[in-house]
Design a protein around this ligand. Structure first.
Ligand code: ADP
Ligand code: ADP
Length: 213
């Protein structure tokens, strides 16, 4: 496995992880793996796993490490992830980071920094395509035709965890459980911090520049 194509994206909900992970994965020709998307897919297909995690996602709480680590291990074992991957939304705490460390050689962490207030603003106006996963924003990345996905014409939807009180709860969990990962990856010399505030193309350019890709 080429060690320099293993990326994880850190940053609060709304910081642009999904948006940038898609660009980075396409550029590196490796899969974009979003644990949130995997869970939402199970929920929409009403699988056993989907039924188990539905309420947890609605409340903005974290799914257990056992379940999450297993779905990530299964996904990383698929052939397309052998050359590398862009993980988005995982790891979310130190237990998950330690688990990832056991099966990967040289993960590079990218941290997208954003204030809580900005994150809330972004999430409340986020719309997504439930079929292809494209991410839109009513002000910053509107679809060409209102309410319709540019890629496959699916009507866009909003997630069930984006009410302001739930987003604030998710931010509290982020600061408490996920933020310690920044110190963890920094200590290991594997952290790159990116300002998540500029417009989307600017953030993409800054990531590409720092990674020299
Ligand atoms: P965002 O990037 O907006 O925070 P995600 O799509 O990454 O949202 O995650 C949505 C939800 O899926 C989380 O609130 C949580 O319930 C669940 N989830 C996603 N990734 C993980 C993870 N690594 N560990 C535990 N729960 C997770
Ligand atoms: P995350 O995966 O970290 O929760 P998303 O990629 O889903 O974040 O982005 C959250 C919302 O903010 C989406 O509506 C997206 O279109 C928008 N967005 C992402 N990056 C930026 C940016 N740099 N400037 C303005 N809006 C952005």
């Amino acid at each position: 496995m080429s060690p320099n194509k293993q990326f994880i994206l850190l940053g609060p909900p709304g910081s642009g992880k999904g948006t940038q992970a898609k660009f980075l994965a396409a550029k590196l020709r490796v899969p974009h793996i979003s644990t949130g998307e995997i869970f939402r897919d199970h929920i929409s297909r009403q699988t056993d796993l989907g039924k188990e995690v539905d309420n947890i996602l609605k409340q903005g709480l974290l799914v257990s490490d056992d379940i999450t680590n297993k779905i990530v291990a299964d996904r990383l074992n698929q052939a397309d992830a052998v050359p590398g991957f862009v993980l988005d939304g995982y790891p979310r705490n130190l237990v998950q980071a330690a688990f990832l460390n056991e099966s990967t050689m040289n993960v590079q962490a990218l941290d997208l920094e954003l204030s809580d207030d900005e994150a809330v603003k972004r999430i409340s106006r986020r719309w997504t395509c439930s079929v292809c996963g494209a991410i839109y924003h009513l002000d910053f990345k509107p679809p060409q035709n209102s309410g319709i996905c540019d890629i496959d014409n699916t009507p866009l939807s909003q997630r069930s965890d984006q009410a302001e009180n739930i987003v604030r709860d998710r931010l509290v969990i982020y600061h408490k459980q996920t933020e310690p990962l920044l110190a963890y990856y920094k200590r290991e010399g594997r952290l790159i911090v990116i300002d998540g505030t500029p417009p989307i193309p600017q953030v993409t350019e800054n990531i590409n520049k720092v990674l020299q890709i």
